[in-house]
Design a binder for this molecule. Structure first.
Ligand SMILES: [Zn+2]
Length: 53
């Protein structure tokens, strides 16, 4: 369900680390960064509406 560091971001929006709950904003095409907590899995919590379609 989540995305791992190094994967390409499929949708622009806000993502949250499932481990430490840090929130980041990414644009489609970006690579998911490694989270500061080490082993992070990013989960989409709010899509960016402007580029959703
Ligand atoms: Zn984290």
């Amino acid at each position: 369900m989540g995305y791992h560091p190094g994967q390409k971001c499929p949708f622009s929006g806000h993502y949250r680390c499932a481990n430490c709950r840090l929130e980041i904003e990414l644009v489609r095409g970006d690579n998911f960064p490694p989270c500061k907590c080490g082993e992070g899995e990013w989960i989409l919590i709010r899509p960016e509406r402007k580029t959703f379609r």
